[in-house]
Design a protein. Structure first.
Length: 414
């Protein structure tokens, strides 16, 4: 189907989606979740084609991990849909109300954006997550996935559309642009007449291209150069498991830790423990000169290492003299995503929480929790690293705007 036809269909269906009751939306989401499970083998077969192509094309292991679907991940996708169905419907929620001296009563209520466009790469689970959140928040969605996952995305979209049809709902509530030509993606970014907001999700290059070229308003989701700072008052029994989890559980995700910052007072005691943990998980360490004194096999860190999202079994290490220096270093090199301090010192923790400029700031916890599912949003449309409209994991409320509803009794303006 031509891009213009997809956009016209989305614009036509958005008002019908906005009229659906919460009960109808939830019923459709449950049907879609059930269909994902029932047709999981069909989806896995399609994903096998993408995975084989990725291997043949030399795709990086971290990206292959993002691409891969199995029954466990499809079950998680379905569970995400069910959780969204259980969440409170934001549409029509009153944000605030007030009455003016002339008797006019004003309410501020949540409304859908209308048509949401999402451009993403190599993560077919985004197809289901994006549908669930946009649909529950009363929006139509146009999806533009990467060519690396095209067979998976087509299969998942077909399942979702069939589930909507089975519930008497127009399947054009979710549409996939199947043309993988980059020129189509570029053209999609200019469809302001039909698309109300555009959300990129993927590499820094993709996000930058959308921000720079789109004529549609963009909600920017960001890359994740996430830091863990181990303070002089850290409990090392907490620190090591947190770092292992944040760095190695899944290397190809934006909330994985890429950088370690260590207070110099504990470097002699902590760094050998850290190095042993990284060796046991085959993680390459790139460290500054002070840290290499206690990690002899570490590579020398270049300045660019401190600002890099590796998406690989690599981590940088920087030593600092104080929590203030740690904050300064992180604010220079971070991407505004997720940062964590390991400390038993409340004053240091509070200073870190107040001083670090990021969407999510943690004390004594892994950065891997920056996730819509973990935050109780059911799923997420992405992690916003900007400061306008939405920041952090974007759930249902972040996919709404608002309007003012004004009730009078014959008032006129003098």
């Amino acid at each position: 189907m031509e891009l213009i036809e997809i956009c016209k269909r989305a614009k036509a269906v958005k008002y019908r989606i906005q009229k659906l009751s919460t009960k109808d939306k939830n019923r459709a989401l449950i049907a879609a979740a059930d269909s994902l499970i029932e047709r999981s083998q069909e989806i896995i077969a399609a994903n096998d084609k993408d995975y084989a192509n990725g291997q043949q094309n030399g795709m990086h292991q971290g990206m292959l991990d993002r691409l891969r679907l199995d029954e466990k991940r499809i079950n998680a996708m379905a569970e995400g849909l069910r959780q969204v169905a259980e969440l409170e419907d934001p549409i029509g929620q009153e944000i605030e109300h007030f009455e003016r001296p002339n008797g006019i009563f004003i309410r501020k209520v949540r409304v859908p954006f209308g048509v949401v466009g999402i451009i993403y790469e190599s993560r077919p689970n985004v197809t289901a997550d994006a549908f669930a959140l946009t649909f529950k928040s009363g929006n139509a969605v146009i999806l533009k996935g990467g060519s690396d996952a095209i067979f998976s995305n087509i299969s998942i979209t077909n399942v979702l559309r069939d589930a909507l049809s089975s519930q008497g709902i127009d399947p054009d509530a979710v549409q996939l642009i199947e043309d993988t030509d980059r020129s189509v993606t570029t053209k999609f970014m200019t469809m302001k007449e039909y698309v109300d907001v555009l959300i990129p999700r993927g590499s820094a290059r993709l996000i930058s291209a959308v921000v720079e070229n789109s004529t549609i308003p963009v909600i920017e989701t960001g890359t994740g150069n996430c830091h863990i700072y181990v303070d002089k008052d850290a409990d090392l029994n907490k620190a090591i498991p947190i770092i292992i989890n944040a760095k190695t559980q899944r290397i190809g995700v934006c909330n994985a830790a890429e950088s370690l910052v260590v207070h110099e007072d504990i470097k002699e005691k902590f760094l050998p423990l850290f190095a042993d943990a990284m060796r046991s998980h085959s993680v390459e360490v790139r460290a500054d000169e002070e840290a290499r004194e206690f990690i002899p096999d570490a590579k020398a860190a270049e300045p660019e290492d401190f600002g890099k999202e590796y998406l690989d079994y690599i981590i940088s290490v920087k030593t600092v003299k104080s929590v203030d220096e740690a904050i300064e270093h992180i604010n220079i090199y971070n991407t505004g995503h997720s940062e964590s301090i390991i400390t038993e010192n409340k004053e240091a923790a509070d200073k870190f929480l107040a001083g670090v400029d990021a969407a999510c700031v943690y004390v004594n916890a892994s950065t891997r929790f920056t996730d819509g599912f973990e935050f109780g949003f059911g799923a997420e449309i992405g992690i916003s690293t900007q400061k306008l409209h939405a920041r952090g994991p974007m759930g249902l409320r972040e996919l709404t705007s608002y309007k003012y509803v004004i009730e009078g009794n014959g008032q006129i303006r003098s």
